[in-house]
Write a protein that binds this ligand. Structure first.
Ligand SMILES: *Cc1c(COP(=O)(O)O)cnc(C)c1O
Length: 323
């Protein structure tokens, strides 16, 4: 991957202009309790309050809003059972184009219904026997649809970068910024924004211990693929980084950290109890890493992206109750 093929900060700024008036400018919140415990200043970018409940609306809308007339008429296809599916479905509806989402047959009914509720056509597949990328490509070819994957696409990456762009505009320079890491769309977009605003900021991706393919890839200097990890953080269950996201992450990221399932739940409980915020497990990764580092952040200005808040309420209640 040549560096010149990668999106840049200019693309993030262009995405911010396209999203203006369509995405929410989400709030930045503080916690006095956390600041006192760490002796640091922590700024939370609340993408759990973004449209569809996660940052993914940013990348999806940025990509779809650049379709030409023929692409709009035919529509978009993607594969995802999670927040990207809803982001594509809502963006397509807002822009008046058809959307097809390829989703495993065993995806939670709530996710399927949410996606259909935004007007998308859902096509099921067998996640053991079938390849979702091949199905997506085949649909794209047969129906003339444009395929927008969940992370490895320049317009998706640039769109995701607008969250960190807003955070840095709102709070000024940071010493360190923590972002959940799945396929790397959010982290690589964050890199583009953060390196432009604050060249010296330390940038961390955070993964669950069981799904540390990003950490392995950074250490090895090449993309490492793992089996679908077992973690409650279902938004970061991707098996590998993408070509584009890895290129940016390898160039710009300080390190990739990991946290345990217990640390994720403890962070989720802190956000609920102390900050009155509903954040899904994937969205808690940044705070879990910050709490793990503890003392080592003393005196610093720290940013955390709370990436989303879409969580099944029964499971959420059970996690919070099991102290
Ligand atoms: C998709 C997602 C992530 C991971 O984002 P990537 O761009 O795949 O790294 C993290 N948190 C939430 C809530 C998500 O929906």
């Amino acid at each position: 991957m040549s560096l010149s093929a990668l999106p840049t900060f200019d693309d993030v700024q262009a995405a911010a202009a396209r999203l203006d008036g369509h995405a929410h400018r989400t709030p930045v919140l503080r916690s006095r309790t956390l600041d006192e415990a760490l002796g640091a200043q922590v700024f939370f970018k609340c993408e759990n309050q973004q449209r569809i409940g996660a940052f993914k609306f940013r990348g999806a809308f940025n990509a779809l809003s650049q379709f030409d007339a023929a692409q709009r008429r035919a529509g978009v296809v993607t594969f995802s059972s999670g927040n990207h599916a809803q982001a594509i479905a809502l963006s397509a509806r807002l822009l008046g184009m058809p959307a097809v989402v390829v989703m495993p047959h065993d995806a939670p009914a709530a996710k399927r219904e949410a996606t259909e509720g935004y007007g998308a056509e859902v096509i099921g597949y067998d996640r053991v026997k079938e390849d979702r990328l091949a199905i997506g490509r085949d649909l794209a070819a047969r129906r003339g649809l444009t395929l927008i994957p969940p992370f490895d696409h320049p317009d998706v990456i640039a769109g995701q970068g607008t969250a960190a762009h807003e955070l840095l505009q709102d709070v000024g320079a940071l010493d360190a910024l923590f972002t959940p890491l799945g396929g790397g769309g959010l982290l690589s977009g964050t890199c583009l924004a953060a390196r432009a605003h604050a060249p010296d900021v330390r940038l961390y991706g955070v993964e669950p211990e069981s799904g540390n393919d990003g950490q392995q890839s950074l250490r090895a200097g090449r993309i490492i693929s793992i089996p679908t990890p077992a973690t409650i953080a279902d938004g970061v269950q991707s098996q590998s980084l993408g070509e584009l996201t890895f290129g940016i992450i390898q160039r710009d990221v300080t390190d990739v950290l990991t946290v345990t399932e217990e640390e994720i739940v403890a962070a989720m409980r802190f956000l609920a109890e102390r900050m009155k915020l509903v954040v899904e497990p994937s969205g808690c990764l940044g705070l879990a890493a910050v709490r793990q580092l503890g003392e080592r952040l003393r005196g610093q200005r720290v940013g955390i992206i709370l990436s989303g808040g879409n969580v099944d309420m029964a499971r959420y209640g059970a996690w919070l109750a099991a102290a």
